[in-house]
Design a protein around this ligand. Structure first.
Ligand code: ADP
Ligand code: MG
Length: 255
């Protein structure tokens, strides 16, 4: 067994008095697609945001390629914040795509993809735009490079958002309901881009209600319910009966 891409250990997340993740243990394997399913409010986004260090875990650890992200925790439960530069370096291995595309409306597709390359990575305009264009080609949008978000369909905007994340050369891509704000006829083009990425061996964690995608592309499926991981296994195990009653109930609403 190789080192997991992400190892989540006893992750607890509280918002004030409310505990939304109750001690999650989850390994994300390298080079595979892991899907996270579960009812609304079960903590899927919070778990993903903790993995990307957009939220700080209250307890427990998240390890990326063997390196602890955010806080280390001793066996006695003493937590220590790790240096910001270390966290930034580890976090930069992770790309994230959200339900809302969050594109800058005043920038073209090419501008949206190249902006961070210029401002954060200090690339020259030409190098940044060459790399950005290569990513737009990858998501099938080279002919839309000069379009503004308002001139693009939702599916195209989400593909620009994926290209933007890929331009930063992440080792792991997290997707939080990437097709949930799209009209049904536009989900296919986004899922196809994700399928291509999976075929290239990208490590991916995908939160999605697209059970068909999870069943066909997912190699590991985890079911989260009320902040607890009730099941992690291969798709064939998820869909085999008898199932956990909560999973059964969940699948009934989405299958
Ligand atoms: P999911 O993505 O599965 O729908 P979330 O992770 O968004 O679930 O939310 C899990 C729970 O945590 C919900 O009850 C939600 O209201 C709560 N929650 C999420 N973010 C916050 C926050 N920033 N402050 C307080 N509560 C939050
Ligand atoms: Mg969510």
């Amino acid at each position: 067994m190789s080192l997991p891409a992400i190892a989540v250990k006893n992750l607890v997340k509280q918002f004030g008095e409310t505990t939304v993740l109750h001690g999650i243990d989850l390994d994300i394997p390298q080079g595979k697609v892991s899907c996270l399913i579960g009812p609304s409010g079960s903590g899927k986004s919070t778990l993903l945001r903790c993995m990307a260090f957009l939220e700080e875990a209250t307890r427990g650890t998240i390890t990326i390629d063997g390196e602890v992200l955010g806080f280390s925790e001793s066996a006695q439960g003493v937590r220590e914040r790790l240096p910001a530069a270390t966290n930034r370096a580890i976090r930069s291995r992770i790309g994230m795509v959200f339900q809302q595309f969050n594109l800058w409306p005043h920038m073209t597709a090419l501008g949206n993809v190249s902006e961070a390359l210029k401002t954060v990575h200090k690339m020259s305009r030409k190098d940044a735009e060459d790399l950005a264009m290569a990513q737009l080609v990858k998501v099938g949008l080279e002919s839309r490079a000069g379009h503004y978000p308002a001139q693009l369909s939702g599916g195209q905007q989400q593909r620009v958002a994926i290209a933007r994340a890929l331009a930063l050369k992440p080792k792991i891509m997290l997707f939080d309901e990437p097709t949930s704000s799209l009209d049904p006829e536009l989900t296919g083009e986004v899922l196809n881009v994700m399928r291509d990425l999976a075929a290239e061996g990208m490590t991916m964690v995908v939160v999605s209600h697209e059970i068909g995608f999870a069943a066909t592309v997912g190699q590991q499926i985890s079911f989260l319910d009320q902040g607890k991981l009730l099941f992690t296994g291969a798709p064939s195990d998820v869909f085999r009966k008898p199932r956990n009653p909560r999973l059964e109930q969940f699948l009934d609403t989405y299958l």
